[in-house]
Design a protein around this ligand. Structure first.
Ligand SMILES: NC(=O)CC[C@H](N)C(=O)O
Length: 335
């Protein structure tokens, strides 16, 4: 539908860094440094933004999202909850690098207690590049955050005219501006400079929210990547490092070699929480197909990719949920 008048909506933009805030570097060629431009300067560079909404901007961090970490996540949650409590904003936009955007989006979705739109945005080309995509993406993200029809949809990801849900969004291409896709569900909607179209009404049923500990970090969960000719070493090493959980980025339907599965079973016996996911990039990991999860004490990630399964497992362990059946139940209940 045609976008409604959002000029009075208050949108709080929180900057964290990424290519959207990137600048050409003194290094040669197409090199650039992410996180150089502040959120306030990014907004100032987009024509017509002041008519779209009443915007305020703050900087939470200035990093490439390959360096995203629990500390920044906790700071984001604290700032957003304060804004909600004081009714400071009708919508939140978070500028973020695209590399780990899906992890931050999914983390926030599982801990934020709010109905107001929380929209993550980034870009694939730095602000100084020819055909920079950041300004258009930022404009569209603010439009989505300011719109009443975006409420109650959890955390959203907006890039290249497309709106994704946090559970499904994935970066799928290293360089393309059309990098975000939701292979298992499709996008939740589309946005352009004149309109927003959500494909479905907002679903009111929400997953249970998980509590954060007082301070970062979350309990350590490692991802172990499966491949041909795999032995037990990466799993045994993780256990020696004292991990609380392991997510298997398994081959196919979350499978791995006999030595790897045996090592995971031994880890589970010692109290390490094991979740089987897949390196494939789309599709569902079912229980008890080629691996006897019931017998070995594993959970499966269902449609969550390894990086999102890791986030959820860290949160579950932080909330004292470690028993395999309870972990599995939480993966089912999580939205
Ligand atoms: N396109 C990007 O945003 C990638 C830049 C950087 N690696 C980041 O994730 O922040």
């Amino acid at each position: 539908q045609q976008a409604s008048d959002t000029s009075r909506a208050r949108v709080l933009v929180l900057g964290t860094g990424g290519t959207i805030a990137g600048q050409a570097s003194a290094r040669a060629g197409n090199a650039y440094d992410s996180g150089k431009v502040s959120a306030a300067d990014l907004i100032a560079a987009v024509p017509g933004m002041d008519k779209l909404a009443q915007i305020s901007a703050e900087q939470i961090s200035a990093i490439g999202s390959q360096d995203m970490n629990d500390k920044v996540w906790f700071d984001l949650v604290k700032r957003i909850h304060a804004a909600i409590e004081k009714k400071e904003a009708d919508g939140i936009v978070i500028t973020h690098g695209t590399d780990t955007m899906e992890e931050t989006a999914f983390f926030l979705q599982n801990v934020l207690e709010t109905d107001i739109p929380v929209v993550m945005v980034g870009s694939m080309r730095p602000a100084t590049a020819i055909g920079a995509d950041g300004p258009a993406n930022l404009y569209e993200a603010v439009r989505v955050a300011a719109a009443p029809e975006s409420r109650g949809r959890g955390v959203l990801v907006v890039l290249n005219d497309t709106i994704h849900g946090a559970r499904w969004a994935q970066k799928t291409n290293t360089t393309s501006v059309q990098t975000f896709r939701s292979p298992d569900a499709g996008p939740v909607g589309y946005v352009d400079t004149g309109s927003i179209r959500f494909l479905q009404p907002a679903v009111t049923a929400k997953g249970p929210k998980l509590k954060l500990p007082e301070t970062a970090p979350l309990p350590r969960v490692d991802i172990v990547y499966s491949h041909a000719n795999m032995d037990a070493a990466p799993i045994e090493d993780a256990v020696k490092r004292g991990v609380k959980g392991i997510v298997l980025a398994g081959v196919g339907d979350g499978n791995s070699s006999k030595s790897a599965i045996d090592a995971l079973a031994a880890a589970a016996k010692q109290g390490v929480v094991v979740v089987r996911s897949s390196r494939v990039g789309s599709g569902f990991v079912n229980r008890n197909v080629e691996v006897n999860d019931d017998e070995l004490g594993f959970a499966v990630s269902l449609d969550l990719n390894p990086q999102k399964a890791r986030v959820l497992l860290e949160l579950l362990i932080a909330n004292g949920i470690t028993e395999p059946k309870a972990v599995q139940q939480a993966f089912v209940a999580t939205k």
